[in-house]
Write a protein that binds this ligand. Structure first.
Ligand code: PGA
Length: 261
C-alpha cells in the first residue's frame, strides 16, 4: 500500500433509531479510542447524524451520510443537501451505493453531479461502484466497473480527484455472505486504480480504494494484505459496536503482516 492510510467505513443503511445510535457510539468509542493507524467512518441514517455529532465530537471517529442531493437547496421533497450534512459535522458521504442505483434508479449522470457537489461543498465522497452477478458471469465486470468510475469522475481536476474515496462493492457479495476472494478484490481494485491513473496520472496512487461486500472481522485481515485494497465499506458487520471494533482491530495491516496472513 503506497503510503495510503487505511479507511474502514461502516454503512448502517436503514438501521438504528436515535437512542440506538447513541448507545452504539458510547460502546464503540470505548473499544476504538486507542486506534491511531486508520481512519474510521460511521455512515448513519440522516436522523442519527445530529445526535452522533454530539457523541463523536473530539473523537477519532468521523461521521458520514449515505446519500445527498446534487442541488444546493429548493423544492426537492425528501432530499438532503450537502450544507445540511456539513451542519451536523458530516465530513464524508456515500455516493452511488448499488442500493441507490438499483432500488432508486440513480444514474451515472446523477452520481457524477453528486460527487461534484460533495467536493465543492467540502465533503469527501465515497463513490461506490460494482457489477452484478450476470455481468461478472459474462466476463464484463472490469469493463462495467471502469465505466462507472470514469463516468462518475471524468471532468474533475486532479486536486478534486485526490479527495475522492472509491469503494468497489460487487453486488453479488453485498449482504449475501459471499465475499469476493481477496485475489478478485485486488484485481478489481487494481483495475480501478488504472482507470484513476488515466484520469489523474500518478496521483492515483494516493486515492484510497475500499472493498465492500460481506466484509467481516474474520476476513478483513486477508483482504487488507492486498496491495490495492486500502480498507473496507462494511454493512451488516458494522451494526454491532463490539463486532465492528473487532473488525477494525483485525484490519490493522501491521497485525496482518506480523501474523503473516
Ligand atoms: P454488507 O454491505 O457488508 O452487509 O455486505 C456492504 C455495503 O452494502 O456497503
Amino acid at each position: 500500500m503506497a503510503n495510503r492510510r487505511p479507511v474502514i467505513a461502516g454503512n448502517w443503511k436503514m438501521f438504528k433509531t436515535v437512542s440506538e445510535a447513541e448507545d452504539y457510539a458510547v460502546k464503540f468509542l470505548e473499544e476504538v479510542k486507542a486506534v491511531t493507524d486508520l481512519d474510521i467512518i460511521l455512515c448513519a441514517p440522516f436522523t442519527a447524524l445530529y445526535p452522533l455529532k454530539n457523541e463523536l465530537e473530539e473523537s477519532i471517529v468521523h461521521l458520514g451520510a449515505q446519500n445527498m442531493a446534487s442541488a444546493d437547496q429548493g423544492a426537492f421533497t425528501g432530499e438532503i443537501s450537502a450544507q445540511m450534512l456539513l451542519d451536523v459535522a458530516c465530513t464524508y458521504v456515500i455516493i452511488g451505493h448499488s442500493e441507490r442505483r438499483e432500488l432508486f434508479g440513480e444514474t451515472d449522470e446523477e452520481i457524477a453531479m453528486k460527487v461534484q457537489k460533495a467536493l465543492t461543498s467540502g465533503l469527501t465522497p465515497i463513490l461506490c461502484v460494482g457489477e452484478n452477478l450476470n455481468v461478472r458471469e459474462e466476463g464484463k465486470a472490469a469493463e462495467r466497473v471502469q465505466g462507472q468510475v470514469s463516468r462518475a469522475l471524468s471532468g474533475l481536476s486532479t486536486e478534486d480527484l485526490s479527495r475522492v474515496i472509491v469503494a468497489y462493492e460487487p453486488i453479488w457479495a453485498i449482504g449475501t455472505g459471499k465475499t469476493a476472494s481477496s485475489k478478485d478484490a485486488q484485481e478489481m481494485c487494481a483495475s480501478i486504480r488504472a482507470t484513476l491513473s488515466d484520469l489523474m496520472g500518478l496521483a492515483s496512487e494516493r486515492v484510497p480504494i475500499l472493498y465492500g461486500g460481506s466484509v467481516k472481522a474474520d476476513n478483513i485481515a486477508e483482504l487488507m494484505t492486498e496491495p490495492d485494497v486500502d480498507g473496507a465499506l462494511v454493512g451488516g458487520a458494522s451494526l454491532d459496536p463490539i463486532g465492528f471494533s473487532k473488525l477494525i482491530h483485525n484490519a490493522n495491516p501491521l497485525v496482518a503482516r506480523v501474523e503473516g496472513i
